[in-house]
Structures are given as C-alpha cells and as structure tokens.
Design a protein around this ligand. Sequence first.
Ligand SMILES: [Zn+2]
Ligand SMILES: [Zn+2]
Length: 318
Amino acid sequence: MRRQGGSRRRNADRRVAVTSFPVGDVGNLSVRFHGVRGSTPCEGPRFERFGGHTSCVELTTPGEEPLVLDLGTGVKSFGEQLVSEGSCNGGYHANVLLTHLHWDHVQGLPFFEPLFSGGQGLDIYGPVQPEGHLEEVFSRFMGPPFFPITIQELAAAVTFHDTTDDDFAIGGAKVRSRGVRHNGPTLGFRIEQSGCVVAYIPDHGPGCSPDDADDYIPTAVLELCDGADVVIHDAQYTRGEFETRRTWGHCTVDYAVHVAAEAGARTLALFHHDPYHDDPTVDTLLRYTQDLREAGRLSDILAASEGTALELTRETVA
Ligand SMILES: [Zn+2]
Ligand SMILES: [Zn+2]
C-alpha cells in the first residue's frame, strides 16, 4: 500500500522514497511504530486505529543491530512479536535511544520479553541526570517497592550510557543527540543509516522556555531535523489546549509542522498523541495540519499509528 496524498511532493528529486506499509515489508531503513501515545496509555474502541501504547519505535536495516527509540508500553507487544517470529533464537541485542525518563518512555522495559532470557541484551543511551549515573537513577523506579525486581536481576544484560549533546556511531548508524526543551533532561535524536535520515523528538515543549517566542526553533532542533526524510515529532495539542498547558512540556500540531518545514524535512509523522485525543480527533488534527500553509513545504504529513511501518528506500536518481 503506497501512501495516498502524494500531491504535496515537492522534493521529488530527493533520493529516498518514504512509503507506508503494514509491518512486515522491508526497505533500506524500516521505521516501525509500536507505541505512538503520549503521557499515559489508553485503550478502548475510541483509540483502536491509532493505538493506546506509549512511545516505542523500532528502526531496522538489513545486516545491522536494531535501534529502538524509547521504551514505552509499546515495547511489550514488540517483544512478543520478536519472540514469536524467532528473532531471539540466536540471541537478541538492540541499542536503545532513550529521550528521557518520564514513565511513558520507560515503563515497558520490565515487560520486554527478550530480557527474560540470558545471552541477550540492550545498550541504552539516555540523557545524563543531575542526580547521578543513568543506571543509578533508573534503578530508583525499577525495583522494590515500585517493582518486584531490579534491572540487575533481569536474565539479560542491560548496559546504560550517559549521553549529552553528542555525535556517535552505533554500528553503521550515525547518531546525533541534542538537548531539547521539556520538563527535565531530555534528548532528541537524529539517525542516519543506509543513506536515510530520521529525526525523533517525541517530547518538545517550547513553553518550558518562557522567554522564547512561540515560533522560535532552537538551533539544536534544526540540527536534528535538517533535511530529514522523516521527522517524528511531538503533536500533543491544539492551539487552544496549549494555552492552558504551556509549561507541560509539549507543543501544538502547528509547531510540529513549523519545525519540519523550517528544517527542510520531507515527511512529518505526528507522534505522542494526547491520551484524550480519540481516533476522530487525531483524524481532524491530521487534516488540519495538511491544510496549513507551511505544510506545502513538506512532501507528506501522516499521523503515526501503532502497527504501521514506514519503509525508506534509496532511489537511483539520474
Ligand atoms: Zn512523553
Ligand atoms: Zn516527557
């Protein structure tokens, strides 16, 4: 299924095609959404199409270890899928790019099934914490009395890497991490792999820096999103909602479009949907953003939904 709505394509000479398929097909770089909700999980028929699990996105490239963006509740069904398809039979190892430690980004970790067996593991790159090393801080919420076992008691090995503004390699992937405005230390990431570029900024709160004008985009954010094939960005609020929640750490859908357009990105994936936004509301927000003037500078805008994959495929351009 090729995505509809290609009429906005203006950057047709770019070398990466972005198409959307049900999970299962494979491109040069696959972006698979396992959790797209912000703040807290939600469930019920009103949330069925976009899904209720919190942030978790998987990036895969043939011949490379997978990259996992955040460990929200979406990582549980992702782990079940890995086990059922036999991906853990030879030992599973992934690298996690963790934006921050809020519950909706870490809560799924203890339920990630590949961690229930020895010989498997995760390397987690997350933001430096003022209270101490990432592993120590993480251990405060995963362990008694909040949870029956500690990270160290998991069968698999979990290794933490304190990360700041940095540029580093994970296998063949070039990763850029930059601090973004939110409540508490928070990173955004840019991943370049197999000639494809994905930017991931699920929580971005312009109102956390009250001196910034509403349309101001920090240089670090532009650096992350510059010319990206896909920008996965916070899209939590309408303008009206933002007015009463300025300091809650999130932004409007208008601002998500503004960031992607100013950075010269191609496709914007609206992400981190508000848990009070049911399917018809997300549909309405998507149509609203597609009609914004700045949307004309993008090739496509989509609303990320659980169980969908974007396949980024390098094209030969004459
Ligand atoms: Zn969040
Ligand atoms: Zn957050």
